[in-house]
Design a protein around this ligand. Structure first.
Ligand code: ATP
Ligand code: DGY
Length: 403
């Protein structure tokens, strides 16, 4: 049997490449006669640039940007011809903030704006991977980072700059007048094709949006999540009012009508809620929002690779409701289904019912830690535990087993 290992990373424990290698090694141990290949994947979140670099080549250029806590942090640009790829998680990733300092009412996405500004040099197209963030500021920090780099000094008043840099908590105080420079910022980006590769297809606001759906995994209390929802709603209204009607670029048609209609439509774009709302901020600037998992799958020719195998194995840290919103696991299943190649999921934890998984095209799903009590032991040895699980799954699936 020919088996393709095509996982995402496992949270902050394993990169996509490490996860693919662990699955391969485990599978080979369980089914030594099988031919096993790897095809690490990513959505717009952590691993986006490394995964694309491994398959597309190109030049990696180091840059230094601002972390979610305001410290300098190393990041990278991946230049392939006139397209530059950047990974927002380099600048705002959850792993940049220690557990005891996780507070998405205060963390900033400013560094992601600096990263995009650096990417613009010599680029016709800039692709920004979004996801895995420690921030929940609707991209207010990103707008500030870009405005600082691209607009004349003083364009953003000091008081406004301080508010935008201070995280999602204070965004309710920002008015449309404070953001009067937004049309100029959008105009400054007119000549570049800006794409956001989003890791989830959720809107900015609402039950599955940035604040309600994701801020608690970044350290917010339920009360803070509600306050963030209100602050981001007010900010989105101020921002779309300041932008006014736009005539060019994707989303232009969405921005007709009065301010309330404009805000509601742009905040509702699938992916506007990615990376704590950075998707929304990029959409304000004319970016197209695309599913990152799909963009990466195309870049690595996933369908062509799946077609040469009898089985595809994917996985991630935790397979839950988010996984079915544009994540790698759902993408792999969607690509394998029309090719009649079964998809098997091996994830750290599986918290979705069999029926939902099957509706997404997943044939079978296995958790590294069957019981939540086993998670700490599995996390202590992520490579070893994933290998061991893959070996057991191989013995179940490989017809050659025992021969
Ligand atoms: N090797 C592992 N064994 C068991 N559980 C794991 C393992 N690795 C990750 N997990 C589980 O996954 C959780 C990490 O979830 P997280 O959402 O960060 O990962 P992910 O699903 O890969 O990431 P994302 O949703 O951002 O793409 C951990 O807290 C743990 O519960
Ligand atoms: O960064 C986040 O908020 C999640 O990964 C969803 O994009």
């Amino acid at each position: 049997m020919r088996v393709l290992m095509a996982p995402d990373g496992f949270g902050t424990r394993l990169t996509p490449a490490q996860a693919a290698d662990a699955l391969r090694d485990g599978w080979r141990a369980g089914a030594p006669h099988d031919v096993v290949d790897v095809c690490p994947l990513a959505d717009g979140g952590p691993g986006f640039v490394a995964t694309l670099h491994a398959s597309l080549g190109g030049d990696v250029e180091p840059v230094t940007v601002t972390s979610p806590l305001g410290a300098p942090v190393p990041a990278a640009l991946l230049r392939v011809g006139t397209t530059v790829h950047v990974e927002s998680a380099h600048a705002l990733g959850l792993d940049l903030v220690p557990d005891d300092r996780r507070d998405p009412t205060r963390t900033t996405s400013r560094g992601a704006g600096e990263l995009v500004a650096a990417a613009l040099r010599g680029a016709r197209r800039v692709v920004v991977g979004l996801g895995g963030s420690a921030t929940n500021d609707a991209g207010a920090g990103l707008l500030l980072g870009l405005a600082t780099a691209l607009l004349p000094p003083g364009a953003v008043a000091e008081r406004v700059a301080a508010l935008l840099a201070a995280g999602g908590g204070g965004l309710g105080e920002v008015t449309a007048d404070d953001l009067a420079w937004l049309p100029d910022l959008r105009a400054a980006l007119r000549d570049v094709d800006l794409l956001a590769a989003v890791d989830v297809d959720v809107p900015l606001l609402g039950l599955q949006g940035a604040s309600a759906g994701f801020s608690q995994q970044k350290g917010a209390t339920p009360e803070q999540a509600q306050a963030l929802e209100r602050a981001l709603g007010a900010f989105a209204h101020a921002a779309t009012t300041a932008l006014g009607p736009v005539r060019t670029g994707p989303g232009a048609d969405l921005l007709g009508g009065g301010p309330d209609v404009r805000a509601a439509r742009l905040t509702g774009l699938p992916g506007a809620g990615a990376a704590g709302g950075v998707g929304f901020a990029l959409a304000l600037l004319g970016a197209r929002l695309l599913p990152g998992a799909s963009l990466v799958a195309d870049a690595v020719d996933l369908p062509g690779r799946i077609a040469r195998h009898d089985l595809v194995v994917t996985g991630e840290g935790r397979t839950d409701w988010q996984s079915l919103h544009g994540k790698v696991v759902a993408e792999v299943a969607a690509r394998a289904l029309p090719l009649a190649v079964p998809t098997v999921v091996v994830s750290g934890e599986v918290q979705v019912g069999r029926r939902e998984l099957s509706a997404a095209g997943v044939t079978a799903a296995y958790a590294v830690a069957d019981d939540p009590r086993d998670v700490p032991a599995a996390l202590a040895d992520p490579v070893g535990s994933l290998r061991a699980r893959a070996a057991r799954v191989a013995r179940t699936w490989s017809p050659a087993h025992g021969s």
